[in-house]
Design a protein around this ligand. Structure first.
Ligand code: ZN
Length: 410
């Protein structure tokens, strides 16, 4: 059995576990150092550190303190890794914690987090997804079940001081262009809820003041939320500091392209079985700036899709120039509207798009003025015929079940 280098106790606060951290900072101490070629197990909390509960209320999604996330397991040091190398990470396997065979999907309140469709779903909502071996289904979303494409939403190496400064300068500057926006444009460093692993005392305070938040993907990878970075993948990460300092978390049992529901995919606590290696000088040798990876040889084999198109004209009919974000939003809204004709609530349809192995494609970015994005909905995940026909949609009986909603606090 490979050694478990980081254990997490889901009954314990992640702030009490010094092998966990929630900011990026170059001096976060390694909790363990391995050799190239070693394989080992890392356990992780769900991204909120256990804040979201398996129940039928969305109050926790509404109230979660988003300055506390993401709780990551690390850092793992790799002997001989130096700035400019590529760290080769084989995701040999990924799974849920056996004592926690469930995950959550939610939409944040527009006032606390927001999300891709926050203007359409401004209040907190949550669905719970049970994990049955390789399959998942939800008591809040009947009529649908699918195989998991399990992956870490977040994984990457520590930045060096210069890269950290670059991140903070550009993101704080960006916030300055519209500082009162709700939800905000980005999240600046925030010391009060920073967990800096094994850093203590003055060193911890200094690091907490400038440690980068974990929300955006950046040059090192980080919170990329790529569903295809699943078990069996091989990833090549840029290395910035001696020892590399690999951290990971935010495991997803399944997710649609875009993680459009933001809180999030099917979020779960779990474990990763990993092997590491090094390519000396690999960043320059291969011209690598952001991570590159090879996907898993194994994935859910859904072959049949109903594909929704969207163009860069928004809900009010306003024209945008080749804007893929607007076009994908329209494709998603078109899919949600379609699914409601079969008996789903808009929230249930949104949750399906956020959690199922839905594909998102940039289909055209040259045909001025409209970009075209497509959303690929696998038809085989439904227990009923979801295709259009001359007879019209047969309403699926959802038996009054819906996704819990928690009104905003006044
Ligand atoms: Zn996530």
């Amino acid at each position: 059995m490979p050694e478990t280098l980081i254990k997490v106790d889901l009954e314990q606060s992640p702030y009490e576990n010094d092998m966990v951290h929630n900011r990026w900072y170059p001096d976060i101490p390694m909790v363990s150092t391995v050799k190239p070629g070693d394989d080992f197990i890392i356990e992780t909390y769900d991204w909120t550190g256990g804040y979201i509960q398996n129940n039928d209320s969305a109050a926790d999604v509404r109230d979660v303190d988003l300055s506390t996330v993401h709780f990551l397991s690390g850092q793992i040091g790799v002997e001989g890794a130096e700035p400019g190398d590529l760290l080769v990470v084989d995701l040999l396997d990924v799974g849920a914690k056996p004592e926690s065979m469930w995950g959550f999907n939610g939409f944040f309140s527009k006032k606390n987090g927001g999300g891709f469709l926050t203007d359409h779903f401004p209040q907190a909502q949550k669905s719970i997804w049970d994990i049955h071996g390789m399959y998942t289904s939800s008591r809040h979303v009947p009529g649908v079940s699918y195989a998991g494409l399990i992956h870490p939403g977040l994984i990457g190496c520590l930045p060096d001081k210069s890269l950290l400064e670059t991140w903070n300068t550009r993101e704080v500057g960006f916030i300055g262009t519209n500082p009162t926006r709700v939800p905000p444009l980005a999240n600046p460093p925030f010391a009060p809820t920073a967990h800096m692993g094994r850093l203590t005392g003055e060193a911890k305070d200094a690091a907490a003041a400038t440690g980068a938040r974990t929300v955006p993907p950046r040059e090192h990878g980080g919170n990329c939320d790529i569903k295809d970075l699943s078990r069996g993948s091989k990833i090549y990460f840029p290395v910035y500091i001696p020892g590399a300092g690999l951290s990971m978390g935010d495991l997803h049992f399944s997710q649609g392209d875009g993680e459009i529901t933001f809180c999030g995919a099917i979020e779960m606590a779990g474990w990763l079985h990993i092997k590491v290696d090094i390519i000396k000088g690999g960043m320059a040798k291969y011209g690598v700036k952001n991570p590159i990876f090879k996907p898993s040889p194994i994935k859910p084999d859904y072959k049949d899709y109903l594909i929704f198109e969207g163009i860069s004209v928004d809900e009010e009919g306003k024209q945008y120039y080749l804007d893929v974000h607007i076009a994908y939003r329209q494709a998603c809204l078109n899919a949600i509207n379609y699914l409601t004709k079969f008996g789903y609530s808009p929230a249930q349809a949104y949750s399906i798009l956020g959690t199922a192995p839905v594909q998102g494609h940039i289909s055209g970015v040259v045909d001025i003025p409209n970009a075209c994005a497509t959303l690929w909905l696998p038809t085989e995940i439904f227990e009923f015929d979801v295709m259009p026909s001359a007879a019209g949609p047969v309403k699926f009986d959802t038996k009054g079940i819906d996704i819990p909603l928690s009104p905003d606090l006044m």
